[in-house]
Design a protein around this ligand. Sequence first.
Ligand SMILES: Cc1cc2nc3c(=O)[nH]c(=O)nc-3n(C[C@H](O)[C@H](O)[C@H](O)COP(=O)(O)O)c2cc1C
Length: 167
Amino acid sequence: MNADAKKTALRMIPYGIYVLTADDGKGNIAAATVNWVTQSAFAPPLVVVGIKTDSGAYRIVRDGRTFALNMLGKDQKGLAFTFFKPAEVKDGKISGQAYRKGETGAPILTDAPAAVECRVKHIVEEGDHHVVVAEVIEAHVMKPPAGRPDNAILEMRDLGDNVFYGG
Ligand SMILES: Cc1cc2nc3c(=O)[nH]c(=O)nc-3n(C[C@H](O)[C@H](O)[C@H](O)COP(=O)(O)O)c2cc1C
């Protein structure tokens, strides 16, 4: 396989940008910007997320079995960059962002336009990111989108010409 062709072809896949948050109930809170996300079933409503196995987020999701996906709005590029770095919990905020605990205990970011809470069903342990299959058990819309919901989401291509995760 040609390495450049592999990179270019895979980078043609479009992605939304989300902040995955989780709380394992033992004092460990994760918040990480992720893009490898899609819905994979209607009934039950399932999503799949590719999570880096050496990340704090992976350990907390694996152990706590729940997480939230906080949707980022078109104007929230700054938040995406905030959560590329390991999260820091201080003064009741995660990396400076206000949040509340959801149904599952996962942090719901106050400024996110919407979020879903998920319960882990299965983890496919292949590669340097494992595929977490999870059921959506709660949904929150803090800022209803004016038009198509998928027009409201921050996308990988909004992050600049040189930002990719994939390829
Ligand atoms: C553009 C971009 C997209 C990313 N997408 C993912 C992803 O889909 N899954 C993932 O596990 N990490 C992804 N990351 C890495 C996480 O953001 C990063 O590992 C995390 O915030 C670091 O925190 P932690 O290791 O303490 O959990 C991405 C990073 C960048 C720069």
